[in-house]
Design a protein around this ligand. Structure first.
Ligand code: MN
Length: 216
C-alpha cells in the first residue's frame, strides 16, 4: 500500500474494476495516515466492510441483469435497477471519497482555483458553501462538488439518497423523458407506446459523439 496519494488519482481508481468485475480499490494511504482527524478503526470498517459490501452487491446485480438479458425475463427489472443504482453509486462515491482526502490536505491547482473564483467568488466562499450544504444533508448522503458541463461551471450539490436510481459519476449518453408532460397529449397513459416511438427516433449518432468526447 503506497504511503502517499498517487500522482495520478485515476490510476488509483483503476483497481476499482478488474478482470471484468468491480473490485474494492486499495486505499491510497495507510489506514492510520489520516489520524487523528479520521481514525484508523473507522476507516478500516468503512473501507473493508461498508465499501466492500457495495462492491459485492453491485457485482451481484450485474450478474442478475445479465441473466435477465439472456432469458428475456425482466419481471425483476425494477428491483435490479434499484440494486444497480444503490450499490453502483455506493461503489463509485466511496472510490472518490478515499481520494477526496489526503494526509495533511492539499491545495487546488491553478485551473481549479481560477474556477472557484469564477463560479463561487473564491476558495473560501466555495468551501463555506460546501461545508454548509454537506452539513444540511437530510439523513444519510453526501456533499458533492461537481462539474456542470452545460454552463461549464462547478456546482455544490447534496446527494440525499445515493440509491435514487443513478450511479453518481456516470455521464448520460442518451435520455428519454417519461414525465407525463413529455407524452400525455398524444399518448395519454400509454407510456410504453411513447417509449416505442422514442426508440424509433433515438439519435445514436449523438450518443456516439457523446461517447467519443468522454473517451478522449
Ligand atoms: Mn460510506
Amino acid at each position: 500500500m503506497p504511503a502517499t496519494q498517487p500522482a495520478n488519482p485515476a490510476a488509483a481508481l483503476s483497481s476499482a474494476f478488474a478482470e471484468g468485475k468491480y473490485a474494492l480499490p486499495e486505499l491510497p494511504y495507510a489506514k492510520n495516515a489520516l489520524e487523528p482527524l479520521y481514525d484508523a478503526q473507522t476507516l478500516e470498517l468503512h473501507h473493508d466492510k461498508h465499501h466492500a459490501g457495495y462492491v459485492k452487491g453491485l457485482n451481484t446485480a450485474l450478474e442478475k441483469l445479465a441473466a435477465a438479458r439472456k432469458s428475456g425475463d425482466y419481471a425483476a427489472i425494477k428491483a435490479l435497477s434499484r440494486d444497480l443504482a444503490f450499490h453502483g453509486s455506493g461503489h463509485v462515491l466511496h472510490c472518490l471519497f478515499w481520494l477526496s482526502m489526503t494526509p495533511g490536505g492539499s491545495k487546488p491547482q491553478a485551473d481549479l482555483a481560477a474556477k472557484f473564483v469564477h463560479c463561487f467568488g473564491g476558495f473560501e466562499p466555495m468551501a463555506a458553501q460546501f461545508a454548509a450544504a454537506t452539513e444540511a444533508v437530510e439523513g444519510s448522503g453526501w456533499g458533492v462538488l461537481a462539474y456542470e458541463p452545460v454552463a461549464d461551471c462547478l456546482q455544490i450539490l447534496q446527494c440525499e439518497k445515493h440509491q435514487d436510481l443513478t450511479i453518481w459519476g456516470v455521464t448520460p449518453l442518451l435520455v428519454c423523458d417519461v414525465w407525463e408532460h413529455a407524452y400525455y397529449l398524444k399518448y395519454q397513459n400509454r407510456r410504453a407506446d411513447w417509449i416505442a416511438a422514442f426508440m424509433k427516433l433515438a439519435n445514436w449518432d449523438f450518443a456516439s459523439q457523446r461517447y467519443a468526447l468522454i473517451k478522449k
